[in-house]
Design a protein around this ligand. Structure first.
Ligand code: SF4
Length: 93
């Protein structure tokens, strides 16, 4: 109890907010992406669409710039951005 008679509990340390999926989730996501891509015949977007996607990713708060990966799905954006069968997990493209 404290001076104001309210119970005080120890504060737990703040855990880091996990944004990126773990290695298993990334592997499963990659497998599904590649299967979709292969089933559709490996279609790529035009260079203009690819560049627009990269501009969006480069301005995105979820981009992990040092790795060029998406912090939401964990994908390498340069590969993901070229694949017509892929989309942004935050519906930005
Ligand atoms: S794929 Fe979407 S969420 Fe991920 S970095 Fe690009 S714009 Fe951001």
């Amino acid at each position: 109890m404290d001076e104001d008679n309210k119970p005080r509990f120890p504060q737990l340390p703040k855990l880091p907010k996990r944004l990126e999926p773990n290695i298993i989730a990334k592997g499963w996501s990659l497998t599904k992406s590649l299967m979709r891509y292969a089933v559709e015949g490996f279609p790529n977007v035009s260079e203009q669409i690819f560049e627009a996607r990269m501009l969006t990713c480069n301005a995105c708060e979820f981009l992990k710039k040092e790795e060029s990966t998406c912090g939401v799905c964990g994908c390498a954006i340069e590969y993901k951005g070229r694949m017509e069968t892929e989309s942004c997990p935050k519906n930005k493209w």
